[in-house]
Structure formats: structure tokens, C-alpha cells
Design a protein around this ligand. Structure first.
Ligand code: FES
Ligand SMILES: [Fe+2]
Length: 386
């Protein structure tokens, strides 16, 4: 197999996509796991779920069982959720609260800071074990950003801001717009999970372009007339899409009267912003709620997408709070998008796509994502063969 980088046609009006095998090859998928998903910061959860000392969440990332727990000193820490004795999973529940991390198998116990604290029935070596910090839990880097927890499996990760801030600046021209939405104060009211038979990159590139909007998103284009032109909100730094005059809110009926999120300015009203955060997150900003997608690649041709709808908890506490109308709009968009992604994935192994496809000018910004992937896996300056 020979993998080449994407090329720009001489005219400059046509750029090629990645070649088909970049979306099907297990070799490429392993390179992406090794150089992107095991090295870059990934969004894994919400800080409010681990706000108090002893609160923890568990999850699986790249085949590792992970435990994220708030210490008695209020610091948030990540660990491999694996007992150092014989390797049992320490915490099996997806979330909980505890004063000590106790292994269910032989009852070794660890402090919330990961230190080995108790080794029952082994007076001979107890001191040797608990006094040796090497027998504590294996640490994993976690950091928070706008109330979102990010995790990095690398032992020498780049600072989180170094990964995220340039992307926010490229999208908005500055960092303030996103900060105004105060995502750290919002709560998830609805979550939907989608099992998509498509490579994770197809899902990202679909989200980045709106050339398809008029063909497959009737509800979205009637709410945002600009999308009929194929110009999305990610084509240009700082651009948001305006609501149609006939629409009151970002919802399937177009109706709604929730107040704007606290912190927003009058100019944020009746605007929608979409943005991608490499490698695997989409953030959608609307005046009264925020939608966050994360993609979890399963293999070269399958991905899970988790989509969360976040609202102001003061609104959620009201007796008449009902987000189903708002949720239905993006849920429908998701289903339309993921079906289209599957139409493409089916043919990534076709001879017709062995040299890739075409990006028309309103899709050209997608090639920056290709550059990111190729550079990350080391293919931008070289070719590989096997
Ligand atoms: S495997 Fe955890 S105490 Fe034995
Ligand atoms: Fe779409």
C-alpha cells in the first residue's frame, strides 16, 4: 500500500480529499490511535460530576480503564483504574463517591491521591509496599477547560491550552466569544449516543462543511437560510449563522422563549456557531443552549458519537422546563449527517475513490483538518509503503 499526502490541483479551485484507504486501513487507524488519540488531549466528561472530594467517574479510553477522582485537597486527578497487586479493576461503577479507593479482590486500598494506603494480612511486606510511591496508582494527565475534563494518555503531553487555544482563535479570532457562553455553569439535560458505521474523519469533515446542508437538512436550512448557500459557520473566522426571521429559537418547531445564557451579549442573540476542536469534539453554541459532540473511534470503519445538550441549571430547575423541542432539531441533523457519512464510508474501498475525491472551494477549509491528521501521523512529509 502506498499512502500519499493530499494534493492541490493546479487550478487551485479543486483540492483532493484524503485517499480512500485512509478511511479503511487498519494500519492507518493504528497510526491515528498511536499518534493522535493516545497523544492528544481528549474530552472525557464534565467537571461538575466530580466537583466534591471523593467524587469519581470511570471510563475507557484507548483500551485503558481510567479513574478520575477529586482528592481531599480538591485537586482532580486521573489514574489507570487498575490495582497494582494483581490488576483487578478498582472502581466498576461509572460514577460514585468514596473516601478511599478499595480494590474488590484482596482489599488493597489507595488514597484519593493514588498513594497505596493499605495492604491487608501482609505484615511482612506491608511497610515496604506502602512506603514506596512506586506502588501507588499509575497517573494519567487530566485537566479542565471551560468545565470540561480533558485527558491525555501521553507521559509527556503538550499543555492543554497549546492544543485548544489556537483552534479557538482560528475559529473566532479571539478566546472571549466561547468564554461568554460559560459552559462550566451549564448542565447536561439530554444525551444521545449514535453508532456510526463510518471512519471518525468522515464524521469530522462532514461537520466542517455545509455544502450538503441544502440536500439533507431541511429543518436546519429553514431555521438558517444561509445554510442553503452551502456556506456554514466554519468557512470563515468569527462567522455565525443568523436565525431566519420566522424562527424564535433553535428548536424543531422554531418556537421557544428561554432567556439567553447568562453572560451573553445582545449581539449573540439569534446566532448559531459551530466549531470543531481537533481531534474529536464539536461545539455548537446557540443563544439558550450548547451542544457538544465527541467522537470515539472504534475501528477504521466505525465510530460512536456521544452528543450532549447543555442548559442553564436554573432553567432546568423550572417546573415547565422542556428541552425536547430543542433537542429534536440537532438530533435530526445528527441522524441525517451520520446516514450521509455511512453512504460515503461504504465506498471508501472502491476503485473510484482510490485517489480520493474532490473538495470544491466552499469545502476547502476541510483540508486544514487533513493537514492536521497527516502531520500528526507523520505522513505529510513522507510516504509509507507496506
Ligand atoms: S488485585 Fe487488587 S488487591 Fe489484589
Ligand atoms: Fe450536516
Amino acid at each position: 500500500m502506498i499512502i500519499e499526502e493530499n494534493v492541490v490541483n493546479d487550478s487551485g479551485k479543486i483540492k483532493s480529499t484524503l485517499r480512500g484507504e485512509l478511511y479503511t486501513s487498519p494500519v492507518i487507524f493504528e497510526l491515528e490511535r498511536k499518534h493522535i488519540f493516545s497523544k492528544h488531549w481528549l474530552f472525557v466528561g464534565y467537571e461538575y460530576d466530580v466537583a466534591e472530594p471523593g467524587q469519581y467517574i470511570t471510563l475507557k479510553v484507548e483500551g485503558e480503564n481510567i479513574l478520575i477522582v477529586r482528592g481531599k485537597d480538591h485537586l482532580l486527578r486521573g489514574f489507570l483504574n487498575v490495582c497494582r497487586h494483581r490488576g483487578a479493576t478498582l472502581c466498576s461503577d461509572s460514577s460514585g463517591k468514596t473516601g478511599v479507593i478499595r480494590c474488590p479482590y484482596h482489599s488493597w486500598s489507595y488514597g484519593l491521591d493514588g498513594r497505596l494506603a493499605g495492604v491487608p494480612k501482609s505484615s511482612e511486606c506491608r511497610e515496604e509496599l506502602v512506603n514506596n510511591e512506586n506502588y501507588g496508582l499509575e497517573k494519567v494527565n487530566v485537566q479542565t477547560w471551560h468545565g470540561l475534563i480533558w485527558l491525555n494518555l501521553s507521559e509527556t503531553p503538550l499543555p492543554l491550552e497549546q492544543q485548544l487555544d489556537p483552534q479557538i482563535i482560528e475559529r473566532f479570532g479571539e478566546l472571549e466569544t466561547l468564554s461568554r457562553y460559560q459552559i462550566q455553569n451549564l448542565r447536561v439535560s439530554h444525551r444521545k449516543e449514535y453508532d456510526v458505521k463510518a471512519n471518525w474523519k468522515i464524521i469530522v469533515e462532514n461537520f466542517q462543511e455545509c455544502y450538503h446542508c441544502s440536500a439533507i437538512h431541511p429543518e436546519l436550512t429553514s431555521a438558517f437560510p444561509q445554510f442553503r448557500t452551502g456556506i456554514g459557520t466554519q468557512n470563515e473566522t468569527g462567522s455565525g449563522a443568523s436565525f431566519s426571521e420566522s424562527v424564535e429559537a433553535f428548536s424543531i418547531s422554531g418556537k421557544g422563549n428561554r432567556p439567553m445564557l447568562k453572560g451573553l451579549l445582545p449581539e449573540d442573540d439569534r446566532l448559531y456557531y459551530g466549531m470543531t476542536i481537533n481531534p474529536h469534539v464539536f461545539i455548537n453554541l446557540t443563544p439558550d443552549h450548547v451542544i457538544i459532540h465527541r467522537i470515539i473511534p472504534i475501528n477504521a470503519e466505525r465510530s460512536i458519537v456521544i452528543c450532549d445538550w447543555l442548559f442553564d441549571p436554573d432553567e432546568m430547575a423550572k417546573a415547565d422546563f422542556d428541552a425536547t423541542d430543542a433537542v429534536e432539531l440537532f438530533h435530526r441533523v445528527n441522524e441525517q449527517d451520520f446516514e450521509a457519512c455511512q453512504w460515503c464510508q461504504e465506498n471508501m474501498g472502491s476503485k473510484a475513490y482510490q485517489n480520493g475525491g474532490i473538495l470544491v472551494p466552499i469545502e476547502h477549509h476541510v483540508s486544514r483538518f487533513y493537514d492536521y491528521v497527516l502531520e500528526s501521523i507523520g505522513l505529510s512529509t513522507s510516504q509509507i509503503a507496506n
